[in-house]
Design a protein around this ligand. Structure first.
Ligand SMILES: Cc1ncc(COP(=O)(O)O)c(C=O)c1O
Length: 432
């Protein structure tokens, strides 16, 4: 161990940039980075690129809850009630109109939330006496990193999700991947309703192709694909007609579309929603699965083995800590009307990007609180992203030729101008 650097002993993951270290925070949008060589630099926000910074860091209201001794009580899951947890669950249910009989399952991560959602869909179909097992999702999706969610996703990293090969699931056993089938990506022509309908027509008489659920992200975060305006038109009707449950993964979109759940703004009415990332503003490791009363009713039917019903949680799930933090975030959002402000902020960012990049071969796509900037080649995209990270510490998530630039719900016009300037400068350097 001695003499080894952290970068040699910690497996590389999402944030494997070992040359920088978070040092001190000044305001929601800026912080100072301390580099290994001892120099410091004040930079624009970092974590919104990975969709976790919803209300700015640091947030005093959230940090105040850490001094509450209640938050630190040891807690095990089995059947123990805690009012703070119930409060959080009720708020999430209310946000999607499931307050009359819906349920929230807690998860530690987005991955676990996705897996729980898939299991619930299988269980709900099982209860109807139907052995529906297929889960369909558009190519370009990412739902997490365990075997089931990897197989459900289809991220090829080339920017062309329809022709590229998924490298997130290519090493998994066929027994797993066969269950997860894929529809054309949102960049492909046609609506999701058309793609689903075509799939069902092709396999209508083949019982091996019985579809349990359609699973999707409102905007593909890892796949960096923003769907066209009409992409979701009619999809709920087609799904309902075929008895297919709809799971919408809102881990990355949570809070960003002028609503806690983007589905509410996009005409989607999922049976199961997931939320993650912004739910804890990166303070705690927490995610949630929000389930409709109809699905709850089905999974509570008597002929489901008792054992199956309890296989949805971990021993240390729902430490009250998570709920205190998430509730403080939701209080901050509600009291300051941050959902609406976040939407306005993202429009400011979009306008700043469009203004700075109007004479360049760059496409700016925005929807709700979301902006994806696409560059003319893979090389340019890579260089822009590296420069944004290295020179400005703007962490935009990159896939293929797109970079997602997400803003916290707080901030000022000035910082959005800075972000747009940084993109332009980085692009000019990459094409010089
Ligand atoms: C849409 C979506 N779902 C699920 C996940 C997985 O979440 P986690 O990294 O917390 O496991 C991610 C992570 O990027 C995501 O973007």
């Amino acid at each position: 161990m001695e003499g080894q650097r952290a970068s040699q002993v910690i497996a590389p993951g999402w944030g494997a940039n070992s040359s920088i270290q978070l040092a001190r925070l000044r305001s929601p949008h800026y912080f100072t980075l301390r580099y290994k060589n001892g120099t410091e630099q004040e930079l624009a926000d970092f974590s919104s690129g990975s969709a976790t910074n919803l209300i700015g860091i640091p947030n005093q209201r959230v940090e105040a809850v850490y001094s509450n001794p209640e938050m630190w009580r040891p807690f095990v899951n089995y059947g123990v009630f805690h009012p703070e947890k119930e409060k959080l669950a009720s708020r999430l249910l209310e946000a999607v109109g499931f307050d009359d009989g819906g349920l929230v399952y807690r998860a530690s991560t987005g991955t676990q939330a996705s897996t729980t959602a898939i299991k619930l869909a299988w269980l709900a179909q099982f209860e109807r006496g139907e052995s529906r097992k297929l889960i369909l999702s558009p190519r370009g999706s990412y739902f997490g990193h365990d075997p089931a969610t990897l197989a459900a996703g289809y991220w090829c990293g080339t920017g062309d999700h329809d022709t590229g090969e998924s490298y997130n699931n290519s090493y998994l056993p066929d027994e797993i991947t066969n269950v997860f089938q894929h529809l054309p990506s949102p960049v492909h022509e046609g609506t999701l309703a058309d793609h689903l309908d075509n799939y069902m027509r092709r396999f209508a008489f083949d019982t091996d192709h019985d579809v349990a659920a359609l699973m999707l992200e409102p905007v593909q975060f890892v796949g960096a694909t923003t769907p066209r305006e009409d992409y979701y038109d009619g999809v709920m009707e087609v799904a309902r007609k075929h008895g297919i449950l709809v799971i919408v993964d809102e881990c990355a979109t949570f809070g960003r579309f002028g609503d806690l759940f983007a589905s509410r703004r996009l005409g989607l009415e999922p049976d199961i929603y997931t939320a993650g990332k912004g739910l804890s503003n990166s303070y705690e490791k927490v995610a949630a699965v929000v389930v409709s009363p109809e699905v709850v009713e089905r999974v509570n039917e008597k002929d489901i083995p008792e054992a199956a019903k309890v296989m949805f949680g971990s021993t240390l799930d729902w430490q009250p800590r998570d709920a205190y933090v998430a509730n403080a975030i939701l209080d901050e959002v509600a009291e300051n009307d941050l959902l609406q402000k976040g939407l306005e902020n993202s429009q400011l960012l979009q306008r700043a990007l469009e203004d700075r990049l109007k004479d360049e071969k760059v496409v700016v796509q925005s929807r709700g609180g979301w902006s994806t900037v696409s560059f003319p080649s893979d090389r340019i995209t890579g260089e822009v992203r590296r420069s944004l990270m290295r020179n400005y510490s703007i962490y935009g998530y990159r896939s293929g030729r797109g970079i997602n630039l997400l803003t916290p719900l707080v901030g000022t016009d000035e910082s959005f101008e800075d972000v747009a300037d940084a993109v332009l400068e980085s692009y000019r350097e990459a094409t010089a």
